[in-house]
Design a protein around this ligand. Sequence first.
Ligand code: RIB
Length: 326
Amino acid sequence: MMTIKDVAKKAGVSVATVSRVINESGYVNIDTRKKVEAAIKEMNYTPNEVARSLYKRKSKLIGLLLPDITNPFFPQLARGIEDRMQEHGYRIIFGNSDENEEKELDYIQTFIQNNVIGMISSTNFPEKDIYSNLKIPVVFLDRTSNDSPSVYADGRKGGRIAAQEIIARGSSKITVMQGPAHIKPAQDRFQGAIEVLDEMGITYHVIQTSSFSHTEAEQWAVELFDKYIDTDGVIASNDIVATAVIHEAHRLGKRVPQDLQIIGFDDIPLSSLLSPSLSTIRQPAHDMGREAAGLLIKLIEQDKVEDKIIQLPVSFVERETTRSIE
Ligand code: RIB
């Protein structure tokens, strides 16, 4: 790979001169500039972003930490972030935290070593010192903090809507699948759902789950029907778990939605392609990412920020795992 030294040698100038041309900083006479630009083009040299940032002491790098991009919800967040950041000339370096505090700390240190100027993190540990001690702005996304810049969707409202819709469509023997206790958005939607069920005097069952992973979703679905075979309505903790419930219901010979209605949470792209397609609560993930990026850019560029805590609305997406209202 061509380096800045190769370009300097080709153009017959110093590395410092090439740096000034690349970073558009400091005086370079027109003839020298043309020689350097010709050498860069001829050698197909791509400036190293970290080198650029070290020279300018002002990078355009943003660190992005997400729990697990094998869950289709998170790539949608990342896409919204990247689209907005690209529009403003910023670049992203990324890491999966796997909800592991040590791995998260390691990535944050890596980001700092790479001279990032801001961070976006979906974390279960927003109160940890590693974040409060950072010298760069941080925006929490989806999994957030009540007193730091954050962007999230209205999970409690989403849980309320799921319960209202499944009841309105005729379910009365309802099981609510509670998401992992350590994940705040999962608890918000769970509380919203059981609030409505309690308000309407409807008894319900709860299946506790400890992850959102594909590998474990099947076991939660099996446990649900082992314990509550006569369930006629399931409010799932997310779309992956809802998909496992559909799969297990079919294996047991249950008809969806005739015998059993199911509502998911997230509205990941695959949900519309399932058979039957999944009714769910849509989190505007791409918009959440864009909003988080926009908020971080304002903090980096020290623009006036009206709201540092941004909550986006959710919506019910009616598909084939719920019956239409007569
Ligand atoms: O599906 C993954 C879940 O974890 C989503 O519901 C999202 O809220 C994230 O926190």
